[in-house]
Ligand binder design. Structure first.
Ligand code: UDP
Length: 340
C-alpha cells in the first residue's frame, strides 16, 4: 500500500489512536499534517513524530476556524477526523466543547474536504449504539441512546457528526467514510485516561486498589491499536465503496471481571479490588459485528487480548518506572459521573 506524497491531514493526530495513525501513514509514504489542540493528547506522543520527514504539527482546535496554513493548501488528499476526547471522564469534563468538537469541528473538516476534494474519514464510535438492546451490534442497529444523560455530549455529538458526514456524502460534496470504533487500547494511552484497561493496568502495576465499577459483569470487546489503525487506513484507501458506516473492533467479548483476571495474571499484582458504583448510562454489553468490515475490506483484528495486554503492560511499566511528569497520580479522581 505504498503511496508517495499524498498529503493526509489527521485531526486529533497527537492523541492515542491518532499518534499511531500518523506513524503508520508516514511509514507508508504519506506526508502528514497533524492538527491537535493537545487537550487530551500527550506531548510525548509527538516526540517520536516531530522531526520525521514529511510530518508537520499544527496546534489548533477544530471548533475554531481552521488555520490559514491548512485552508490555503490545495494538496490535501486525505482527511482523518479523530479529534475528540474519547474517554468518559475526559469528554464529560467539558461537555459543551465535546459536542461542538463533533458537530462544528466535523463540519469544518468536511468543508475542507469539499474544497480540496480530499477523501474524508470520520471516526465515529460504538457509543452511537448507546446501551444496546441488539447484540452483537450491527451497523443497521439504530441504538438506544439517552440524549439527556452525561454521555450524550459524546454519543449524540458523534451521531450528529455522522449525520453531517452522510449528508455531505449523499450530496456528492465529499467522498466520505465513517468508522465506528469500539474500545481500543495499547501503548501511548494516557495513564490517566480513565478507561478500564489503562486504569486496571496502572493500578495493578503500582499496587493501588483496582477499581471495578458495578459488579464487573458488564462486557466490552477490546481492539489492539495496530489492528484499529490498519482498519482505518484500509477503509480510507478502499475504492468505490458504498456510503455506509463500518464497525471496527475486536469481536472477542469479555466481562470486566474476566479482564481483571487477565490483568492480574499479566502483572502478578497483589492489589486489592475496590468496587465502585456504576457510571450513569454505562452500557451493559458491547461487541461489534464486523461482518461488513470483513466483506468490504478483508479486515479482521489479529492481536489477541493476551498479546495486546502484554505489550500495553510493558508500555505502562516503562512509563511508571521512568516517572515522567505525564504520569498521573494514581488513585486520583479520573472517574466518570456515577449513578447514586
Ligand atoms: N470500568 C471499570 N473500572 C475502571 C474504569 C472503567 O470497571 O477503572 C468499567 C466501566 O464502567 C465500563 C467498562 O469498564 O463498564 C469500560 O469502560 P471504559 O471507560 O474503558 O469505556 P466505555 O466503553 O465505557 O466508554
Amino acid at each position: 500500500m505504498k503511496q508517495s506524497a499524498i498529503v493526509a491531514l489527521v485531526a486529533g493526530g497527537a492523541g492515542f489512536i491518532g499518534s499511531h495513525l500518523c506513524r503508520a501513514l508516514l511509514d507508508r509514504g504519506f506526508e502528514v499534517i497533524c492538527l491537535d489542540n493537545l487537550q487530551t493528547a500527550r506531548q510525548i506522543n509527538l516526540v517520536s513524530l516531530e522531526g520525521a520527514r514529511g510530518f508537520t504539527f499544527i496546534h489548533a482546535d477544530i471548533v475554531d476556524p481552521l488555520p490559514d496554513s491548512v485552508t490555503r493548501r490545495r494538496d490535501i488528499g486525505r482527511i482523518y477526523n479523530l479529534a475528540c476526547a474519547a474517554s468518559p471522564p475526559q469528554y464529560q469534563a467539558d461537555p459543551e466543547h465535546t459536542m461542538l468538537t463533533s458537530v462544528v469541528g466535523t463540519d469544518r473538516l468536511l468543508r475542507l474536504a469539499e474544497q480540496t476534494r480530499a477523501r474524508f474519514l470520520l471516526t465515529s464510535t460504538s457509543e452511537v449504539y448507546g446501551d444496546p438492546e441488539a447484540h452483537p451490534q450491527r451497523e443497521e442497529y439504530r441504538g438506544w441512546v439517552n440524549c439527556t444523560g452525561p454521555r450524550a455530549c459524546y454519543d449524540e455529538g458523534k451521531r450528529a457528526a455522522e449525520a453531517i458526514a452522510f449528508d455531505f456524502g449523499r450530496l456528492g460534496r465529499a467522498d466520505v467514510r465513517v468508522a465506528r470504533i469500539f474500545n481500543t487500547y495499547g501503548p501511548n494511552m494516557h495513564p490517566d485516561d480513565g478507561r478500564v484497561i489503562s486504569n486496571l493496568l496502572c493500578q495493578a502495576l503500582s499496587g493501588e486498589d483496582i477499581t471495578i465499577y458495578g459488579d464487573g459483569s458488564q462486557t466490552r470487546s477490546f481492539c489492539f491499536v495496530s489492528d484499529m489503525v490498519d482498519g482505518l487506513m484500509q477503509l480510507m484507501e478502499a475504492d468505490g465503496i458504498e456510503l455506509a458506516p463500518v464497525n471496527l473492533g475486536n469481536p472477542e467479548e469479555f466481562t470486566i471481571l474476566q479482564l481483571l483476571e487477565r490483568v492480574v495474571a499479566q502483572t502478578r499484582s497483589t492489589s486489592r479490588v475496590s468496587y465502585k458504583s456504576l457510571p450513569i448510562d454505562d452500557p451493559r454489553r458491547r461487541r461489534p459485528d464486523i461482518g461488513r468490515a470483513r466483506d468490504l475490506l478483508g479486515w479482521t483484528p489479529r492481536v489477541s487480548l493476551e498479546e495486546g495486554l502484554r505489550i500495553t503492560c510493558d508500555f505502562f511499566a516503562t512509563e511508571l518506572r521512568s516517572g515522567g511528569d505525564d504520569i498521573r497520580r494514581l488513585g486520583g479522581d479520573n472517574r466518570q459521573i456515577a449513578a447514586e
